[in-house]
Every structure is written in C-alpha cells, then in structure tokens.
Design a protein around this ligand. Structure first.
Ligand code: F6P
Length: 553
C-alpha cells in the first residue's frame, strides 16, 4: 500500500484536537470530569478476556475520544495494520515485512502465509518443543550425560529483555529443576558471577542473537565457550551450546550443533522476538505448554486489535491517549507502574519496545517529523517505586501520565499480601487524581490538634496538587496467557503511534553510530594503538579520557 505522506499536523483531526485542547481541555480537572459524568468509570473501560483497560482517569470527554479516533482514521491506522498482517514491507528502510504477529498465529489464521519463512513457523515451534521437552525430561543432556539444571541465555536488547521480563514474570509457572539466567552486558560481570557457581557439566548456554555478530553477545558467548572448554574440553561445545539466530554461517563457525539451532527470520524485529526461537530460554524456563499459552495470549490481542471497533480497541485507545499527552499536553514521559513484583522488568522491556521503535526524528519519506515522537518510558514495580520516586509524581512540577498495571490474584504468594498491593495501587491512582487540597490539609492538621497558625505554615508542604492522569490495566491473574495479551497490547500501541507520526517503528539506526565508534576506541584501550587520531577519536575529550584510563587500568 501507499503510505500516507501527510504530516499528522496537517490532518483535520490534529488541528481540531489542538483547538479542543486549547478551548475545552486545558486546565480541566479530572474530578470535574467525573462529577459531570456519573457513568464515566463504567463507560471508559474495555475488557478482553482476563484483561481490563480502564481509561476513565484521563483528560478526555466524548468529543476527545471522537477526535482521537478520527485522527487514527485520517492517518489510516487500520489500513497499515492490515498491510502489516498481510506481510507488506511496512519496514520501509529495510524493505522488510513486520510479522511478529505471524509467530503467534495459527496456520488457519492465514497471516501472510506466502511470505518466505512464515510457513516454517510451526515447524520451528515443534523443533523447539522437542528440544525443550528433551532437556526437561533429561533426554537431551550434557557432555557427561548429566541432566541440565541451568540455562544461561546470552543475548542483549531484544534478545535479552523479553527473556528476562517473561522468565521473571512467570517464575511461578517455572519448570522444577531448571534455572534460567541471563547474561547481556559486555563488561563480563554477569557471566563471571555465574561461572563461579555453575557446574559446567549441567549448564546449557543459549546464544540468542538474530545477527550472531553483536559485540556484547559474541564476547560473552566466546567467554562462556572458553570457560566450558577449559573445564570439559572442546568436545563439550556441541552438547552445551544451543542458539537462536538467522545467521547459519556464524553459528557454524562458533560450533553450534546443527540439531540445537533454532531459526527465525528477518521479518522478526529484535524487540518483537520473544515469540520466536529467541524465546527458547523462556520455553526452557516455563515449559512448552506455558510458552504456547504466552503465544495464545498475544494471538488473542492480535485478534482484538484487528477486529474490535476502534472505540473499543485497547491498543488504539492506549496509543491515542499517549499521543494526546505527548503532543498536546507536552508530556515528555510516561511512568509504567506494575503492582506485581514479578513484572519488575516490564518497564525495562517497554523502554526498548517503545523508545527504540518510536525514538525517531524523520518520517518514512526521510523528511523531519515536525512533532515530538517517542516519549521517555520509565518505571518500577509499584510499592518499591512509592518509596522512591512517587514523591516527584505527587508533589513535583512535571506532568507525568502513568500506566498502572494490577494483578488481582496473587502470583504465587499470599493473597493477603497481594490485597495490600492492590490497595496501594488503587490508593495511588486516586491520590494522583484527587490530590490533597490546602483546605483539607489545614482542616486535618487542626483536627489533629495543631495550632491554626502552625497548620497554615506547614500546609503548603503537604498539599498534593492531584489532577494527574493515569490508565489502569487490570489482569485477573498473571498467567502466560495474560502476559501474552499485555505484551502484545503494548506492541500494537507502539505500532499505532508510529503510523500516526508517519515514522518507521521497525528499524533502529540510532544504535549504530556508538557501536561503530566503540571498535577503534577499544583498540586504543587494549593497547593496539596509543595514537588518538588512529583510534578514531578526533574528539579531544575522548582523547583526554583515554589518557587517564590507560594510566588507571
Ligand atoms: O540494540 C540494537 C539491537 O539491534 C536491538 O534492536 C536488538 O534487539 C539487539 O541489538 C540485539 O541484536 P541481535 O539479536 O542481533 O544480537
């Protein structure tokens, strides 16, 4: 399809939204919106399976929603969505399809079946299943015939964050007898700490890298290989290393056993890859049945995204609200606040998903975007965050919309404790919206017996301005299925925003320059050159720092 070349700012809905913000919404109070519309809490919510999205605590009324949906229509979101599912090369800079949705589809869904690789999806899943079951049942064993007890996933970015996020989130669904660890950073500390405690005879390494060339991953993989070979000999490599990659030549060179290789395709973006063979460590952690449930949850959200009416379409609404705040309220950032500690790495996962995808400043046609694109995404598990940065959310000077994520049933601990977590989550979203007014503070202080004068002096320090918007995503329970739904919801949110901004959400050229500069600087540090010009750093600041580093190391 031909992608819309219009700037979002030229779309009639964008112009109308600007006026609507200026004339009707700026300075509105959320409390007022609730007061005018008694049915608001029941009306502004969408349910899909065991996931509920409550968006009532936002600066919106019926007109806002109508205009936002009009914006999506004018930007042709549904048409581009259909083009994605049809396998069209919507990743225009790399001339690739974007088909993570095919990884969790059933063959009968007919998602882009003719795109090369798509018909192999189910074959690879079966191959993964055989391997995962083989490891769990002790049929696939290490060099000395001992059952694997530990899996070390070596990868970074999209080949790490999805694995970390999902294995932590689904820890209560893990297979007994197997521990999954993740190694990503190039400094080597994660691996060094693990090799101190792991037994090489019972450790399986999974090298997870789409390209099999990434500096951090290959450095760690080679170090892991060296450790294994020093302990067990070269012959052990074939039985202790598996890999998920698209680069067969590099896997050959590394010595990855052909039976322990799991393929994926160039139409799977790194940050969308946990549904592919790059998720094999997740399957090793939770078992293949649970992994298939994770895919089923994502498929459920795909179906919702494709078929739900726009006004009931969760990803559409979540994305449009983010645009509303990013571009009309000048909201620079968004906080992600999960009230289930098992989701503690979900904010980090979303950071890559959203910021690598939509942190762009040119449109698909190469022209400057003219509007602010990707927001700053940050967050932390709920109660920990309360004792850390919530001070700024409640009494700081910035406008920060938040997504609360709440699980109702305990994720494998005490329900009474989870109930406390739920209470805190609801209390925080209420406090952010309602605040604590000067009059109330004074009345409370005086009620507690404080002298009126002192109460008036202290009160400003205790005022909470309130009027901060938030979404509430409620999961009945944190299961592989609901995690799949939740993750796919945010993937589609990213997609919708990208379409409206007219950018390509599926490349990541912005990570390349730093990688390229690191090569010569590494040579300079490691001593193959001491000449700043030949180490590639014409920058005198880098040169001066290198001098110091060479002396100190
Ligand atoms: O950070 C850039 C990036 O290309 C990510 O998009 C990707 O997830 C990561 O590096 C890892 O790449 P690979 O899987 O090829 O090792």
């Amino acid at each position: 399809m031909k992608f819309s070349a219009r700037y979002p700012t030229d779309l009639p809905a964008w112009v109308a939204l600007k006026a609507h913000y200026r004339n009707e919404m700026r300075g509105k109070s959320l409390a007022q919106l609730f007061a005018y519309d008694k049915a608001r809490a029941e009306r502004l919510r969408v349910e899909s399976g065991d996931l509920l999205f409550d968006y009532s605590k936002n600066f919106i009324n019926t007109k806002t929603v109508q205009l936002l949906l009009k914006l999506a229509r004018e930007a042709k979101v549904s048409e581009v969505r259909d083009a994605m599912f049809a396998g069209e090369a919507i990743n225009t800079t790399e001339n690739r399809s974007v088909l993570h949705v095919a990884l969790r589809a059933k063959m009968s869904d007919q998602v882009a079946l003719l795109t090369p690789g798509v018909s192999e999806v189910w074959q690879v899943l079966d191959q993964m299943e055989q391997f995962v079951n083989g490891v769990h049942e002790g049929k696939i064993v290490g060099y000395s015939e001992r059952k694997f007890t530990d899996v070390v996933n070596i990868g970074i970015g999209g080949s790490d964050l999805g694995v970390v996020m999902a294995t932590r989130a689904l820890h209560h669904h893990r297979k007994a007898g197997i521990n999954v660890h993740c190694v990503s950073n190039v400094d080597g500390t994660q691996l060094a700490d693990l090799t101190k405690i792991l037994n090489p005879a019972t450790t399986l390494f999974v090298v997870c890298s789409k390209t099999f060339t990434t500096l951090e991953t290959m450095t760690n993989a080679r170090e892991a290989r060296r450790w294994l070979v020093a302990k067990r000999g070269e012959e052990a490599v074939a039985s202790h290393f598996a890999a998920a990659s698209t680069n067969h030549k590099a896997m050959d060179e590394f010595g990855i056993n052909r039976d322990y290789r799991f393929a994926f395709w160039d139409w799977v973006g790194g940050r969308f890859s946990l549904w592919s063979a790059a998720g094999i460590s997740i399957a090793l952690a939770i078992g293949m049945d649970n992994y298939r449930q994770l895919l089923a949850g994502a498929r459920n959200m795909d179906f919702h995204f494709r078929t739900a009416a726009p006004e009931e379409n969760m990803p559409m609404l979540l994305a449009l609200l983010a645009i509303w705040y990013n571009n009309f309220f000048d909201g620079e950032s968004m906080a992600i606040l999960p009230y289930d500690n098992r989701l503690d790495r979900f904010p980090a996962f979303l950071q890559q998903l959203q910021m690598e995808s939509n942190g762009k400043s040119v449109r698909k046609d190469g022209k400057p975007v003219k509007v602010k694109t990707g927001q700053l995404i940050w967050g932390e598990a709920g109660n920990n965050a309360q004792h850390s940065f919530y001070q700024l959310l409640h009494q700081g000077t910035r406008f920060i919309p938040a997504d609360f994520i709440l699980t109702v049933k305990s994720s494998g601990a005490s329900q009474t404790q989870q109930d406390l977590s739920i209470a805190n989550c609801l209390a925080q979203s209420e406090a952010l919206m309602d605040g604590y007014s000067l009059d109330k503070v004074i009345a409370d202080l005086v009620g507690q017996g404080m002298d009126k004068k002192l109460a008036a002096k202290l009160a400003p320090h205790k005022v909470h301005a309130g009027n901060s918007p938030s979404n509430m995503l409620v999961l009945k329970e944190l299961t592989p299925f609901t995690l799949g739904q939740l993750t796919a919801l945010y993937e589609h949110k990213v997609f919708v925003k990208g379409v409206i901004y007219g950018i390509n959400s599926f490349d990541q050229n912005g990570v390349e320059l730093g990688k390229r500069l690191a090569g010569p600087i590494a040579s300079a540090i490691l001593g193959s050159t001491t000449d700043d010009a030949s180490d590639g750093s014409t920058n005198s600041s880098t040169g001066a720092l290198l001098d110091l580093i060479r002396t100190w190391r």
